[in-house]
Write a protein that binds this ligand. Sequence first.
Ligand code: HEM
Length: 178
Amino acid sequence: MKGVLFNVIEDVVTEALSADAWDDVVDSSGVTGAYTSLGNYPDGDLTRIVIATAAAAGLSEDATVRLSGRAGFKHLMRRAPHLLEGLDDWKAVLTSLDSIIHPEVLKIYPDADVPRFEIVADGDALIVTYTSKRDLCVLADGLMLGCGDSFGVELSVEHLTCTNKGGASCTMRVAEDG
Ligand code: HEM
């Protein structure tokens, strides 16, 4: 996993809890905490950090990952603001993930291993199929909620099928709330 994602989680923990809380998370999870944005680090570090952060915040692991994505979206965008240029709403962002956003990410981080997103319209909603060996659909869920926030829109994400629950794929229905 690219260091930039660990940098974003550090931003979120520091903002939501404190800088000391991040130091405590690093200490208690037994990771080095020295993440450079371009470096690659074990996926297991993310799991350990999530477990320690969940304990510190009093949240479940899923809620911690989802919140990290939701609150992390703006921190991720801060690092590459040009990626959203010309994308005027959340649907444009999601439908550009595979064609523009993650391909651009691969230019910045050539050895990144980005997930795949297939998007199909369903009335006013989008059906999003997420594919990755990392099974981080909950992180994708949170990033999509954060994407909605960045356009001032409250989204709902319903998990229809999930590889973490024995499904053959991860599909989510994403729609504007209310
Ligand atoms: C709503 C928008 C986005 C969603 C739903 C999304 C989703 C994800 C997810 C779930 C991962 C975790 C890895 C995996 O699942 O295999 C990931 C990885 C990544 N994404 Fe995105 N992403 C979004 C936008 C962006 C943007 C705007 C950037 C630009 C900075 C970005 C950069 C990355 C990077 C660098 C990785 C790490 C890949 C690696 O570790 O090798 N993503 N993305």
